[in-house]
Design a protein around this ligand. Structure first.
Ligand code: NAP
Ligand code: F7E
Length: 346
């Protein structure tokens, strides 16, 4: 059965992809960073005792800043496929840490490409490229759209994107860019806007938070459901020839609409709880992302099924449960200020 390496296995996408590959019979090797505390929560349910000779998930310490370890990993594992998902992936943070973001998100990909080339392992590689690379290019964005990056994160991803193409053309590597638009889930990092909102609504209902501070409510994103996107990553590496493809839903919604849908789900008026805070604004914003994913559908048969409304509800249900609250329809909650928030069935 095939062997895969996943960088970023502890992240949202890495955890779903590991599940998918294990279910397909792969042996999965994940790169994890050393930390002083455990941070493998998203893959805990997949853990297998390394003493078990039949274990099909193996974790290796390493870092995208450390080329020698990456090269050793390729010599040791000799994978069939590599999914490069590791990155400093937060756009707002990239303005505070442009140098670090360039190193890990940009050069990290090059270190990996070089490790593949130097080790002589004939594997296929998927690069997690991003819709952020389009910046303020006119919507809808597809494989032909111009890249106009508007953050250090986007510029670093664009560098990695071109290096993937360069290694494909120069060295004949089976290297693909999946240009993915935003995809979310209950495992989304807590500081990305969708998860920040669904956690806050649950915390407000539980009486642990009063106000949700947000930045730009008018920005529009094409939000999909992460487990469907990792399927697209796998499909890309099963093609006959490598290429670059756009993945998204073809629908766009504003942050304000996400807020309305999440608060509305538990029958709260968001205007009473949301306040704007300039600290969450970005020096340069990406105002509108909207995918044209028709090429991925044509080439791979890939098509997302979860709608915007479903996505908000999946995330809300998970965060309500995590906060120890009933799902809508199961009862009503009393807010700490004495008012009742009626929870209703979807
Ligand atoms: P995520 O949850 O932030 O996960 C990022 C992963 O990268 C984590 O496992 C993290 O490890 C790891 N990482 C960070 N710095 C590292 C370093 N120096 N060395 C090794 N590993 C490092 O991101 P995600 O949402 O799953 O996204 C996966 C990839 O797709 C990222 O490259 C992201 O930029 C890209 N992308 C995401 C989206 C989206 O909407 N989710 C859309 C387009 C592209 P720790 O757990 O140790 O922090
Ligand atoms: O912001 C606005 C913010 O941080 C979405 C990453 O996975 O997707 C992600 O990047 C929008 C932006 O995601 C807050 O200004 C308002 O317009 O959830 P986000 P992102 O920047 O789109 C792309 C495709 C990636 O590749 C990235 O890795 O929401 N916004 N108020 C806010 N955003 C945050 N984080 N926090 C706020 O309070």
């Amino acid at each position: 059965m095939p062997t895969a390496i996943i960088t970023g296995i502890t992240g949202q996408d890495g955890s779903y992809l590991a599940e998918l590959l294990l279910a397909k019979g792969y042996t999965v090797h994940g790169l994890i960073r050393r930390a002083s505390t455990f941070h493998t929560e998203r893959i805990e349910h997949l853990y297998q005792d390394p003493h078990d000779p039949l274990a099909r998930i193996v974790l290796h310490y390493g870092d995208l800043s450390d080329s020698s370890q990456l090269t050793n990993l390729f010599y040791e594992v000799r994978p069939d496929e590599v999914y490069h998902l590791g990155a400093q992936s937060h756009v707002r943070v990239s303005f505070d840490m442009p140098d670090y973001t360039g190193d890990i998100t940009g050069l990290g990909a090059v270190r990996l490409l070089e490790a593949i080339r130097k080790s002589g392992v004939g594997c296929r590689i998927y690069q997690a490229s991003s819709s952020e690379m389009y910046g303020d290019a006119p919507a809808p964005q597809n494989e032909q759209s111009r890249f106009q990056p508007r953050s250090p994160y986007a510029a670093a991803k664009l560098y990695a994107y071109w290096m993937v193409r360069n290694y494909r053309e120069g060295y004949g590597l089976f290297a693909c860019n999946g240009i993915m638009f935003n995809h979310e889930s209950p495992r989304r990092g807590e500081t990305f806007v969708t998860r920040k909102i669904t956690r806050a609504v649950s915390a407000i209902l539980a009486g642990r938070q009063k106000t949700l501070f947000l930045g730009n409510l008018e920005a529009r994103r094409d939000w999909g459901f992460a487990p469907e996107y990792v399927e697209g990553m796998w499909l890309m590496l099963q093609q006959e020839a490598p290429c670059d493809l756009v993945f998204g839903t073809g629908e766009t919604h504003s942050v304000r609409e996400f807020v309305e849908e999440a608060f509305g789900y538990v029958n709260l008026d968001w205007r009473e709880y949301v306040a704007e805070d300039p600290r969450y604004l970005r020096p340069t914003e990406v105002p509108l992302l909207l995918a044209d994913p028709s090429e991925a559908k044509r080439r791979l048969g890939w098509e997302p099924g979860i709608t915007f409304r479903d996505l908000v509800r999946i995330m809300m249900d998970a965060d309500l449960e995590a906060a120890g609250l009933p799902a809508p329809g199961e009862g009503k909650r009393c807010l700490t200020d004495g008012r009742l928030a009626w929870l209703r069935k979807p």
